[in-house]
Design a protein around this ligand. Structure first.
Ligand code: FA5
Length: 326
């Protein structure tokens, strides 16, 4: 029996030496070390031995198994390291691995949510495909208002449309939850505007709504100025101009100074105002008891100001050279 073990060892060693590639190595492993391999086969002959012979045989077979496994492992790691082609200089520095990152717009959205979150606003969501009630009627926009013009909106079948403003979410929130309310909502809006340095046909807005007892225009101004200073830095220049929106009274535009094509200009970031009593009545909230402010800011314009981007189209062209800068 001892001779047979020696013979198996010699055969296995010779066969392993001849295995020239990974496939041959695997075939060798199966033939000698596999569950139905030759070592297992010889092991099964243990039962033919006497009680005295068995431990000696077992020890020799275990030693052979360990030797063959070690030889196999060392051949296998050698095979993995060897390759065809020129020698590899392992001391040469590798190529830098470029990791992916958030789009500059996503980053801006996250930052805006964070700043308003610190001011006590929670986040609400609403659908991008809306009905005319939420986009116009409930917002006190009469049937003959120019904002409803089909050339200024993406209408779908029935009374469905792609929302043209996130003010729709104000209505949805007030329909669902009683005041007091303090929410922001971030999302895409759609308008068939001609693309230029500051306009795109799909863009993002952040809507804010605060409804409580005794809320005034001072609270609105404070929140917007605090946001600007917190997000853009203490030197941020912001101004409010009287304006008109059917859903706020009084209303104002919020502008911020930014550099466009090398020139400092005031750019409109959004609109704001005190929620019109007609809007509150449309959602069954008593305007004698509750007052509130609302605002809607363009996120692309905020990102442009924050990251020195002079053309909104850069945000949507997916040019890696542009995106990698942020
Ligand atoms: C509104 O959409 C109002 N819903 C804002 C509002 C909310 C007023 C709550 C009062 C109370 P406006 O149409 O001005 O307003 O748009 C708001 C901002 O969206 C603009 O100031 C601008 O920053 C951005 N914006 C508008 N059109 C575009 C466009 N085509 N491309 C990129 N940003 C745009």
């Amino acid at each position: 029996m001892s001779d047979e073990i020696d013979q198996l060892h010699q055969e296995a060693a010779a066969s392993l030496a001849n295995a020239s590639d990974a496939q041959a190595l695997e075939a060798w492993r199966i033939e000698y070390l596999g569950t139905k391999g030759r070592l297992k086969g010889m092991m099964s002959r243990m039962r033919d031995l006497s009680k005295e012979e068995r431990p000696v045989f077992g020890q020799r077979m275990n030693a052979l198994k360990e030797t063959l496994e070690a030889s196999f492992d060392s051949r296998q790691s050698g095979a993995a390291a060897s390759h065809d082609g020129p020698p590899i200089d392992v001391t040469e520095p590798g190529l830098p691995a470029r990791s992916g990152k958030r789009h500059v717009l996503t980053r801006t959205i996250d930052e805006i949510v964070e700043v308003f979150g610190r001011m006590g606003f929670s986040v609400a969501e609403g659908p991008e495909v809306e009905d005319e009630w939420h986009n116009f009627n409930a917002l006190n926009i009469p049937d003959d208002h120019p904002a409803r013009d089909p050339i200024d909106n993406f209408f779908l079948a029935g009374d469905r449309m792609l929302r043209s403003q996130t003010s729709t979410v104000q209505i949805r929130v007030m329909e669902q939850s009683p005041p007091p309310l303090k929410i922001i909502s971030v999302g895409r809006v759609y308008r068939p505007d001609t693309h230029d340095a500051t306009h795109y046909s799909m863009f993002h807005q952040v809507e804010g709504l605060c409804l409580d007892r005794g809320v005034t225009m001072i609270d609105l101004k404070t929140v917007l100025f605090q946001f600007a200073k917190a997000y853009f830095g203490p030197e941020a220049e912001v101004r409010m101009r009287p304006s008109f929106f059917p859903f706020t009274e009084p209303s104002a535009e919020v502008d911020m100074k930014m550099k466009i094509r090398g020139q400092w200009q005031w750019v409109e970031l959004g609109g704001c105002g005190m929620v019109d009593p007609n809007v509150l009545e449309a959602v069954d909230i008593d305007p004698e008891e509750w007052t509130g402010y609302a605002f809607g800011l363009g996120i692309e314009r905020i990102a442009m100001r924050r990251y020195g981007i002079s053309d909104i189209r850069n945000l949507y062209e997916n040019d890696e050279r542009f995106l990698r800068q942020f």
